[in-house]
Design a protein around this ligand. Structure first.
Ligand code: M6R
Length: 616
């Protein structure tokens, strides 16, 4: 994980690096730091905690006008090797303090390399794998004819996934950078150049970018960008226009990005519908999808691979895909698939879902699936991500806009809609579902923006109903069928935002064990939407009620039975069961948000987390 920024140009370096770091903070916020040239020195300023903490430290340090050299690198960290601390914060120096390095990713053979360097007399100050990189570069400088040679030699000796940016004391106008299996993009300006972990950050500064590929080394200076391969041969790459993402740090009047993003969900759905389902009579319009209908007709199975919230979207999709297409569909945690022997053939379709498109587990899993002959379809929110690159012929962009808050909300909504549309698309391409069923479903999807809006308008009343439960140490969420993944998603959201322990269960499973945890301190939240599963969920809820659990329901307007059974009912507008996840999740997002806010949690950046999980 971690975010990297680098700048060389005429602008004052510190504010540029800080602005870049703020845009990258979603990638980790355990510590932050910068390395800049000052006079003849290379200086590192770093601090445990968020970027705001680093800003405070920097305020106390005035730079002399004569010392100014506007070339530097910055880093925001999510700790992998070594606890979050000042000492383990990046950038890291070599022993002579002539080289400074920032790094995103992991060095798998760092222990081995470290032992070799220790045997040569090098003393290490940190517990990080990154220090190995900088010390190795320093060592390789001794017998290399150029800095470039030392870097390429270092790369060949490292095993892992990394994006690295390096400053050298003796080259005060240059940044060296290289990547392998971790993102790094060059931003091309006029009389200034940048590097960063994502192009959205660069879009705040420049119009053009160059995406680095694995093992490509770049040297950026004020007036130029050079690119080399590992053999130190110059290579050429065309720049691309970067999609401008304005004001990503603007909360638009909301107290938290999370609240803003929850409230953007009707718009997100409406925008996607405009692009892919402008009316309910025509087939789905997926411009980036070139799946051959004969391949779809002969599919032996669909395997969905994803993590966290994206996995929950996959579970909902399984339900819809099997209902509409009858194609056996399985969903696996990407990390678990890596340890499984699931059977895939060239008649299998693998769907990789990832908001960021950079999740290491998902990338590794889809690559393994493709190596077994399956065709890959990607669902992502980031057009410039690795998953978009891997799935470029079969890609659905979920177009939810930048999601700053670490907890996924509007991107979950966008994943859900993308997957429903995909299920309809496959059903239409294979003539597997009844036309009226499909038209009715499309009509129901087109009504969603209005229904979502009506649900969002109830935020205040949800807040009033929910905060009374904020002191409970444990929550249980239950649902059945299409409601079960939403119970899982609600439990995940509550855990990550409020740090309260929560579990999601298939409601029928409660009596097989989990019911034992219930007592007056464990609220049970039931998702009970009229339809196939309603009576059974009510039955399971009554069983929980008999064990004195405080009972909360998500139920539709006018549900008198729910009103009479539950202590608290979070009402949503009436909705058909098949599309109910789009609405049931909203009060549950608010439940997590308001409880977390009430407890004074760091809602947008919960402890121990990062938005892009780029380590396995
Ligand atoms: O970027 P991805 O969709 O691949 O991320 C997967 C999970 O890390 C992510 O959904 C995570 O669970 C969220 N923080 C949940 O809110």
């Amino acid at each position: 994980m971690c975010g990297i920024i680098g700048y060389v140009g005429d602008k004052e370096i510190v504010p540029v690096l800080l602005k870049g770091l703020h845009c990258l903070e979603y990638r980790g916020y355990d510590s932050a730091g910068i390395a800049i040239h000052e006079g003849y020195n290379l200086n590192i300023i770093k601090s445990i905690g968020k970027i705001s903490k680093l800003e405070e430290v920097l305020k106390g340090k005035k730079r002399k006008e004569s010392d100014r050299n506007n070339c530097g690198i910055g880093h925001t960290r999510w700790a992998t090797h070594g606890e979050p601390s000042d000492i383990n914060a990046h950038p890291h120096f070599d022993t002579d303090e002539k080289i400074a390095v920032v790094h995103n990713g992991i060095i798998r053979n760092y222990q081995e390399v470290k032992e070799k360097l220790i045997s040569l007399g090098i003393k290490f100050k940190t517990q990080t794998d990154t220090e190995v990189i900088v010390q190795l570069i320093s060592q390789n400088m001794k017998d290399s004819r150029s800095v470039l040679k030392a870097i390429s030699k270092t790369i060949t000796e490292l095993d892992g996934s990394y994006a690295i940016a390096v400053l050298f004391k003796n080259e005060p106008d240059k940044i060296y950078a290289v990547r392998k299996e971790a993102p790094l993009v060059i931003g091309i300006g006029i009389g200034e150049n940048y590097i960063a972990s994502d192009s959205t950050t660069l879009s705040q500064f420049v119009d053009k970018v160059i995406r680095l590929k694995d093992n490509e080394i770049t040297i950026i200076s004020k007036n130029g960008v050079e690119l080399y391969n590992l053999q130190e041969e110059k290579i050429k790459k065309e720049s691309q226009i970067v999609a401008k993402t304005k004001d990503i740090l603007d909360k638009k009047g909301f107290k938290h990005y999370l609240a803003k993003e929850i409230n953007e969900q009707a718009e997100v759905v409406s925008n996607l519908l405009k692009d892919f389902l402008p009316n309910s009579k025509d087939p789905i319009q997926f411009n980036y999808l070139k799946l051959d209908p004969s391949f779809l007709k002969n599919l032996d199975r669909i395997l969905i691979l994803a993590c966290g919230t994206a996995y929950h979207a996959g579970l909902v999709a399984k339900h819809v895909l099997e209902t509409l297409t009858s194609i056996p569909t399985e969903v696996q945690f990407a990390s678990e698939y890596l340890s499984s022997n699931a059977v895939l053939t060239n008649k299998s379709l693998v769907i990789g879902i990832s908001q960021s498109g950079e999740t290491a587990d998902t990338l590794a899993a889809v690559k393994k699936a493709v190596s077994k002959g399956a065709k890959l379809l990607g669902v992502t929110n980031r057009a410039d991500s690795e998953i978009a690159n891997l799935a470029k012929d079969h890609l659905i962009l979920s177009k939810a806009g930048v999601e700053v808050s670490v907890a996924a909300t509007k991107t979950f909504m966008a994943q859900l809609l993308s997957l429903y549309l995909l299920a309809i698309y496959i059903a239409e391409s294979t003539n597997q579902a009844n036309k009226t069923t499909l038209t009715n479903l499309k009509q129901a999807l087109r009504e969603l923006p209005q229904l979502i809006d009506q649900t969002l308008l109830r935020a205040e009343s949800y807040q009033e109903q929910i905060v009374q439960y904020a002191d409970k140490p444990d929550f249980v969420f239950i649902g059945r069928g299409i409601g079960y993944p939403i119970a899982l998603e609600a439990a995940l959201k509550l855990k990550e935002l409020s740090y309260i322990h929560a579990s999601g269960y298939a409601s029928g499973e409660m009596k097989h064990g989990p019911i034992a945890v219930l007592d007056p301190n464990v609220p049970v939240v039931s998702i009970c939407i009229p339809g196939e599963n309603y009576d059974r969920v009510i039955q399971n809820s009554l069983e929980a009620k008999s064990r004195s659990a405080p009972m909360i329901a998500v139920a539709v307007d006018g549900d008198k039975k729910a009103d009479s059974i539950f202590n608290t009912v979070l009402h949503i507008p009436q909705i058909a069961e098949i599309v109910s996840p789009f609405l049931t999740v909203i009060p549950l997002q608010f439940l997590s948000y308001y409880i977390a806010e009430h407890l004074g949690r760091d809602v947008d950046q919960p402890r121990n987390l990062a938005k892009s999980v780029t380590v396995e």
